[in-house]
Design a protein around this ligand. Structure first.
Ligand SMILES: [Zn+2]
Length: 174
């Protein structure tokens, strides 16, 4: 990234280029330093950024019509009227989203499932839906062969990228 700051009518702005093409122009600032700081923030956020999550395609739930709850038709007496297909969120996975989510769960299991004994002290892991660090869970007793899932942010982000590249029903969110 190449940055050039210019002054127009007493205000500074910075132009960010990737080779020749302009990829970003900051707002106008009172000082050169402010414009350059804004440009650096933009680069840090947009260029060396990593996805924050993977999202699987959803649509309005066809059981409740997207409402999440319903009080007529006996629903009131069934889970307080909460839709059990979308769990009250009103949104359900599309077929594409479901395929992507299934593939992601399978990949996670293949790459991250391990046993407690295989982990080193200080390694993060998930057990029974909760996160722990090996050596720092005095109330949780696990055996050498207890099945856990390794908690590895870099490996997880890598899987997000692979799944999003391979499946239409998954997108990365930044
Ligand atoms: Zn629903």
């Amino acid at each position: 990234m190449d940055m050039q700051t210019a002054k127009v009518k007493g205000k500074f702005f910075t132009v960010v280029r990737d080779g020749a093409p302009v990829v970003h122009i900051t707002g106008k600032y009172l000082t050169r330093r402010m414009a350059e700081a804004a440009a650096k923030c933009w680069v840090a956020f947009h260029v060396s950024r990593e996805p924050k999550r993977i999202a699987f395609e959803r649509e309005n739930c066809d059981r409740c019509g997207g409402a999440g709850t319903r009080t007529e038709g006996g629903w009131k007496f069934n889970d307080q009227g909460r839709c059990f297909k979308c769990k009250g969120s009103g949104r359900a996975l599309t077929n594409e989203g479901y395929r992507a989510a299934q593939a992601y769960q399978k990949m996670r299991a293949e790459r991250l499932n391990t046993t407690w004994g295989e982990l080193a002290d200080g390694d993060g892991f998930k057990y029974d839906g909760e996160y722990f660090i090996k050596g720092q869970h005095p109330t949780l007793f696990l055996r050498h062969e207890s099945k856990v899932q390794r908690h590895d942010g870099a490996a997880t982000r890598q899987m997000w990228k692979e799944i999003a590249a391979r499946y239409k029903g998954a997108t990365l969110e930044y």
